[in-house]
Design a protein around this ligand. Structure first.
Ligand code: SAH
Length: 225
């Protein structure tokens, strides 16, 4: 998979993309992530990418020309399965959306700033709009990093079997059962006996019951789907 990200703050991705699973996936050649500095695509001498909103009102708007230029350049180089804009009014990111996007070859993600982007970019270039939650961020970078992380961990070969993504929360519309490690007894706080029993069938049953019970208690909406 290849992910291209258009941003005015490429440095913001250094942390999330150069550690842990996303880093390992890139090192193994399972994903290529390319960051594009939008400011390099302006015709303005000061590399400005924002301008005043027509009709006044507070805040600046991301201009159409530089965005159109970079998107058209990238589209000339490869076919994108989706051109995504990170937006608080987009589709709320969830596991089924992440699963679906992770099956694609080429994704392009545009990070907004200021009061947002000129609406004509959304109308003419964007094929999918994604929100990471009902709150407003200062820019699309953190959202793009979240989207990327959620997809990359699903790519075949990225996670070992022992941490298979299929056993994580939201696959099967259940949250995960509780997990434990050594020691068996810490200050009298004990690990459930059944997990130490070695009986795989009973352990699987216990995990399933726990997952259902937790989902009912914490996220009942998941069971109504
Ligand atoms: N005026 C806009 C918010 C702009 S915030 C509004 O009220 O809807 C600046 C940029 O941050 C947005 O263009 C978007 O790219 C990004 N952003 C903010 N909140 C987000 C969220 N919840 N999910 C995804 N992207 C978000």
């Amino acid at each position: 998979m290849r992910i291209d990200i258009i941003t005015i703050f490429p440095e913001m991705f250094e942390g999330p993309f150069s550690h842990s699973i996303v880093r390992r996936a890139q090192d193994k050649g399972l994903v290529e992530i390319h960051l594009h500095q939008l400011r390099e695509y302006t015709s303005d001498n000061h590399h400005k990418v924002d301008d005043y909103a027509f009709s006044g009102g507070a805040g600046m708007v991301m201009m159409i020309e530089p965005v159109a230029r970079i998107i058209e350049k990238l589209k000339g180089e490869r076919v994108y399965d989706e051109i995504i804009y990170t937006s608080p009014d987009g589709e709320l990111l969830n596991q089924p959306i992440a699963n679906h996007l992770s099956t694609f070859e080429n994704l392009l993600i545009l990070c907004g700033h200021y009061k947002g982007i000129d609406e004509r970019i959304r109308e003419h270039f964007i094929t999918k709009e994604i929100s990471i939650g009902d709150y407003v961020l200062s820019g699309g970078e953190l959202a793009a990093a979240v989207i990327t992380d959620s997809l990359v961990r699903l790519l075949p070969g990225v996670l070992g079997n022992e941490v298979s993504a299929l056993s994580d929360s939201f696959q099967d519309n259940l949250v995960s059962p509780p997990v434990y490690t050594r020691p068996r007894d810490f200050r009298g706080w004990k690990v459930p006996e059944i997990l130490l029993s070695g009986n795989e069938r009973l352990i699987e049953e216990w995990k399933f019951e726990q997952a259902v019970e937790r989902t009912k208690r914490r996220r009942p909406g998941l069971l109504e789907v």
